[in-house]
Design a protein around this ligand. Structure first.
Ligand code: WTA
Length: 657
């Protein structure tokens, strides 16, 4: 590990602090600056504020149980149901006709579900799942694109106490099979297909292929999204979604009272090995934290229309499209399409038509908007917007300014939110009604969060220096373990910086960062074998193992690079076996193998053939050098290489492509 290895923005590029617009501050959910100190003085009891946003069937005994650290437990002894908290209680509070979900389809269709309507749909599907044999604690895999049945299925699972494992719809059959196998999941909810830029695209055949390689019998529910556009035939143990719910029309299912620490869902994400990790989130801590951060950071209120433009297939969508907003009883927008179809003003048209209050997106998207130009947002009335957010990558000051001026009209604060699948919700950012924003820096740790930047010995670095981003205290939304390995959980996140006698447990994020004298943290990028590509988190090891499966390939190294421009892409460096011909057809085979193992999201920007990979004298591939080459940056010291003569060849081959 080497934190100088972190990819991201230039460390000098943080803009001057800027106060949030006063029109915003006047109405913000959290405005009392004393909150930071109050959380310090009263930790961990301060987190009761988060738990108080929920309705509990049974009160918890303890806020935090540290006995089995780092397997922390939150709100122990408490009981609650997530679907009850996201649905029933809002009906009881007289909000049954308030819009819960506004779904915007790819082809211009739009559908609103009130809390009452969503309640009915979730109950019917919960009854159907029960009827299929799903019991409490059975893992249900959901492999759906951004259609309403996705959150409906999640909440139906939550209702009956069956953890869901949502697999991003763009992942391949192999990736789905790996995840179902690891979770021993015997239930799958998928669809016949979906539209991609107007074309019908088959999803069911991917699901069918995945099932072929599984040992367990799987019952599959298939949503008919495409109708006549893509007729399909159901096989054995496959059930039509609409038929199933029709059989249970009008039925209700009592929400199962779950222990606070019972699993709400599993989310597979990429780690430092070739195998995806099943991150476990629990009911009480996760949901409290989702609701709390949605309210405090995104400033969401029940009467808002909130739009997080992520995909529900990743953690951002879980927390800030589904659980956070619905727990608060607000209106959440879910968008099936892309920002540039049918035209580049699509998002702004949706903001305008729905009078969206809060908009949360990724820096890559902001960069695209900036490139397309302000004429697109200018075609629409965006004055309903009150707050803007970003997540997933660092945002540089220039796109930050553009977002601030052209989308927010200088009236909306921007929250640059740092967090991870494992943190469950936002952990580092500015509280928008209190803190100044510094374009390019995410901000200080949230109240109650002890984030630090440390050196190799785990000591805090001086202001202005870079190091590793670590969290030194537990928080309610944190991952509890990995589904198939407590030991791996400790190894992946806790071994690096905890004290040898384990009396202080330190969580390591895998990111490099820099901290200012006022505690603002600037994220510099991953230092492990994970790369973030357009909001998707990928493991270089997983991609490499797909490449090594191609005949003719001897060695492979995958790195993230930005080719000198913005945004990270996948670069694959490949050496061939004796006799194998490096060239377009082998490159195509490499790309095909990656797409079949993971999906098109991991498609390399370049496959570069080289006679040898650059190696240290001890035989380790020098990835940092490859990253510099892929990013067209000046190369660091190459004297430690066993084969320095190879560098020129690789550079030339990368530029040649
Ligand atoms: C990166 C997404 C810079 C980081 C919520 C982290 C960020 C990884 C930011 C987690 C940010 C997330 N600035 N980098 N504001 N937010 N990241 O698990 O590298 O898909 O470790 O969770 O995204 O990605 P994940």
């Amino acid at each position: 590990m080497d934190y100088r290895n972190g990819r991201g923005q230039d460390t000098s590029s943080v803009g001057p602090p800027q106060r949030p617009p006063s029109s915003f501050v006047e109405q913000a959910n959290v405005t009392d600056e004393g909150i930071y100190e109050a959380f310090e003085e009263n930790w961990p009891a301060c987190w009761e504020r988060a738990a108080a946003l929920l309705e509990w069937d049974e009160a918890y005994d303890d806020v935090l149980d540290e006995e089995d650290a780092p397997f922390y437990e939150w709100f122990t002894g408490g009981k609650l149901n997530a679907s009850y908290n996201c649905l029933d209680r809002h009906l009881e509070a007289g909000r049954k006709n308030h819009a819960a979900i506004i779904w915007e389809g790819k082809r211009g269709e739009s559908q609103t579900y009130t809390y009452r309507e969503l309640f009915v749909k979730v109950n019917e599907f919960a009854a159907a799942l029960r009827d299929l044999g799903v019991e409490e604690d059975d893992v249900v895999t959901i492999y759906l694109p951004m259609i309403p049945e996705l959150p409906i299925a999640m909440l139906a699972c939550a209702r009956i106490g069956a953890p869901h494992s949502v697999v991003f719809a763009g992942l391949s059959a192999d990736a789905l099979a790996t995840r179902m196998d690891a979770a021993d999941s015997e239930y799958l909810v998928t669809c016949d297909g979906y539209y991609r830029r107007g074309d019908a695209f088959n999803q069911l055949s991917k699901a069918d292929n995945a099932l072929l390689s599984l040992e367990q019998d799987v019952s599959t529910v298939v949503v008919d999204r495409l109708g006549e556009d893509l007729p399909h035939v159901l096989g054995d143990r496959q059930y039509d979604y609409h038929d199933l719910v029709a059989e249970h029309a009008g039925e209700t299912v009592d929400p199962v009272s779950r222990g606070s620490e019972d699993m709400l869902f599993l989310m597979y994400t990429s780690g430092t090995t070739g195998k995806p990790k099943g991150v476990v989130h629990t009911t009480g801590g996760y949901l409290s934290y989702a609701a709390w951060t949605t309210r405090a950071v995104l400033d969401v209120e029940p009467n808002d229309t909130h739009w997080c433009s992520a995909d529900i297939g990743w953690i951002t969508g879980h927390t800030y499209i589904v659980y956070g907003p619905l727990a608060l009883g607000t209106t959440t927008v879910m968008y099936e399409g892309t920002p540039d179809y049918p035209d580049r003003d699509r998002l702004w048209e949706i903001v305008d038509r729905n009078a969206v209050d809060v908009f949360y997106t990724a820096p890559t998207a902001v960069q695209a908007f900036m490139k397309w130009g302000e004429q697109y947002p200018n075609q629409h009335d965006l004055s309903s917007l009150r707050l803007l957010g970003t997540v997933g990558e660092p945002i540089s000051p220039r796109p930050w300014r553009w977002y601030y001026e052209h989308i927010g009209d200088e009236e909306c604060p921007i929250v640059d939110t740092w967090w991870q699948t494992e943190t469950g919700g936002i952990t580092v950012t500015t509280l928008p009604g209190i803190k100044s924003m510094k374009p390019g820096a995410a901000g200080p740790p949230l109240p109650g969060i002890d984030a630090r930047v440390v050196d190799d010995d785990g000591e805090s670095v001086s202001p202005g220096e870079s190091g590793y981003l670590t969290l030194h205290r537990p928080w309610p939304g944190m991952a509890r373990t990995l589904y198939d390995g407590d030991e791996q959980f400790v190894e992946e996140y806790w071994r690096q910086f905890s004290t040898p006698d384990d009396d202080e447990w330190v969580y390591f994020s895998g990111d490099a960062a820099r901290i200012d004298d006022d505690d603002y943290i600037t994220i510099l990028g991953r230092v492990d074998d994970v790369i973030n590509v357009a909001g998707h988190r990928l493991s270089t090891m997983e991609i490499e193992s797909a490449i090594l499966g191609v005949s003719g390939v001897a060695e492979a190294a995958v790195v993230g690079g930005n080719g000198g421009s913005s945004g990270t892409d996948v670069y694959a460096y490949v050496s061939t076996e004796n006799g194998a011909e490096p060239g377009p057809s082998l490159a195509a085979a490499v790309t095909a193998s990656i797409e079949s193992a993971i999906g098109p999201i991991a498609r390399p920007e370049e496959v570069v053939f080289t006679s040898e990979l650059p190696k240290t004298r001890s035989g380790k591939i020098m990835r940092r050098l490859l990253e510099d080459i892929a990013s067209d940056e000046e190369l660091g010291d190459t004297s430690a290489l066993r084969n320095p003569e190879i560098v020129g060849e690789i550079q030339a081959a990368t530029r040649d492509e």
